[in-house]
Every structure is written in structure tokens, then in C-alpha cells.
Design a protein around this ligand. Structure first.
Ligand code: IPD
Length: 261
């Protein structure tokens, strides 16, 4: 399917921003062995990527508002549209030279997610979706996995690290899930976790305590690939509450039961 004008804008901005990100990632791999380490450098890479996305998207769609990981909220003159952006999801992976990170861009219109893009530069994988038009990996239409039982499923989660989140709750949930499934994974990029649920690589993804920019694009990808996304109360309030469960419809039901019992 040819990309719409809107999707072309998102793809072009991403391509431009990702060129620098890839260059910086190659540099980070060299910096691993230095005493100072690459963390300042990665912060700069993150900021530079966000700046390019902001400039390119502002130029192409004047007046739209922004919610971005680094700069926070920027009000636009057009109150009906808002970009939700994570310029570098999977920062810790990037910092360690692990090629699992992504640029994530979502567009909201009147509070509804209408367009999404998740791009993994290391694999050159563009995941895109527009409301009502399906989800794609490059040119290929995506469907969530067809597996019907947890015993066949590989699921992914986000694990809170030092100083963040409720570790006991995470361990309790993981304990319940690992007894039912054929595998539990942790990639370190929520945007990719959701994109991989949309593409059927993973059967489900759950996480608590994440930000709107980590998941906004991925939510639309999963929905447009035929999957189901809710918060941990089974409601549609993920962006506000910061928790999420995404899966195919039958697996969502089983995961929800397992996680809340
Ligand atoms: C993080 C990643 C990670 C998730 C964390 C997020 P960042 O985003 O998405 O997978 O478990 O909750 O904060 O910091 O790399 O943009």
C-alpha cells in the first residue's frame, strides 16, 4: 500500500533523525571501553534526534502540539493535533551497544491515536499504522499471532530497575506468567515490544510504570494488527495510568486472568 502524505512526513522525519542516531550508535560501540563511558554522549544523541524530529514535523504540519520524552509538552496553535514522541526508546540498550532501540512517533487527533511509526534503525524495520488502515512492517501487512493458548506463547515484559517501580509486584506477576507460557522475554524497548506483538513475534506484552511516549505508537500498531490493548484494569487508560497489556484477543484474555488472579 502506498504511504499516505501524513505517513510520508513521519517516515521522512524519521529517516533524517535516524541517520545521526546510527552514526552515534556506531560511535557508542567504540566508547564502551573508555573510562568515562558513553552516557553523556548518548544523552546528546537522544536530544539531537528529538530536535530533528521536532523541526521536521513542525515544518510539515504547522501548529501541531508535542509531547516528547526530553522536552516534555510543547503547546501548539492547533489544539486538535498532538505528536507523542520518544526519540530513543531503549536508551540503556543503545548505551550498551545492544542493537534494540527505536524511534517512536504517534499522532493524536482529538485525543485519539490516528497514526503511528516505530523504527528500529539497526534492523531497518519501519512499523507503521494509521487508524482504520491496518499495520505494516515495511510493505508487509501485519497480523498479531494466531496462537490460542498461553502454553504456546512467548510473552515479553518490562522489568523495573534500581530505584524504579514495584519490584515485588513485578516478581509476583512474572511468577504467575512463567508457569503458564513457553517463554518470557525482556528486550528493553517498549516500542519494539509492542511492534513485535503487532508482527506476531511476541504473543503478549505487559508492563507497569511506563510513559505515554514509550507506548503511544505501539498501541495503535497492535490494534491495527487486530490485537487488543488495555491498561491493567482492562480499561482504555494506558497513557494516563502508565500500565499496559497488549496481545491477540484470546491471549489478552488469558494473560489478564493470569496477571490479576
Ligand atoms: C524504557 C524502555 C524499556 C521500558 C522502560 C522504559 P527509554 O524507555 O521502553 O523497555 O521497560 O519502562 O522507560 O527510557 O529507553 O526511552
Amino acid at each position: 500500500m502506498p504511504a499516505s502524505a501524513l505517513m510520508n512526513v513521519m517516515i521522512n522525519a524519521t529517516r533524517k533523525a535516524s541517520r545521526r542516531l546510527i552514526r552515534d550508535f556506531n560511535e557508542v560501540e567504540q566508547l564502551q571501553v573508555s573510562v568515562k563511558g558513553p552516557s553523556d554522549f548518548v544523552t546528546q544523541a537522544d536530544l539531537a534526534c528529538e530536535k530533528t524530529l521536532f523541526e521536521e514535523l513542525s515544518k510539515a504540519r504547522e501548529g501541531y502540539g508535542f509531547l516528547m520524552e526530553e522536552q516534555g509538552t510543547i503547546q501548539g496553535s492547533d489544539k486538535t493535533h498532538r505528536w507523542i514522541i520518544d526519540p530513543l526508546d531503549g536508551t540503556t540498550n543503545f548505551l550498551h551497544g545492544i542493537p534494540l532501540f527505536a524511534i517512536s512517533i504517534a499522532l493524536e487527533r482529538d485525543g485519539e491515536l490516528v497514526a503511528a511509526l516505530v523504527y528500529n534503525p539497526a534492523m531497518d524495520e519501519f512499523y507503521t499504522a494509521e487508524r482504520g488502515k491496518g499495520a505494516f512492517l515495511n510493505d508487509r501487512r501485519l497480523r498479531v499471532a494466531g496462537r490460542k493458548t498461553l502454553s504456546q506463547s512467548v510473552v515479553v515484559t518490562g522489568i523495573p530497575h534500581r530505584g524504579r517501580g514495584n519490584h515485588d509486584q513485578q516478581l509476583q506477576e512474572q511468577r504467575a506468567v512463567m508457569q503458564e507460557v513457553s517463554g518470557v522475554r525482556r528486550t528493553g524497548s517498549a516500542a519494539l515490544d509492542l511492534a513485535w506483538v503487532a508482527s506476531g513475534r511476541f504473543d503478549a506484552y505487559w508492563e507497569r510504570g511506563i510513559q505515554a511516549w514509550d507506548m503511544a505508537a505501539g498501541i495503535l500498531l497492535v490494534r491495527e494488527a487486530g490485537g487488543m490493548v488495555t491498561d491493567m484494569d482492562g480499561k482504555d487508560d494506558m497513557l494516563k495510568k502508565g500500565d499496559i497489556l497488549a496481545a491477540s484477543v484470546p491471549i489478552h484474555k488469558s494473560m489478564y486472568k493470569t496477571l490479576t488472579k
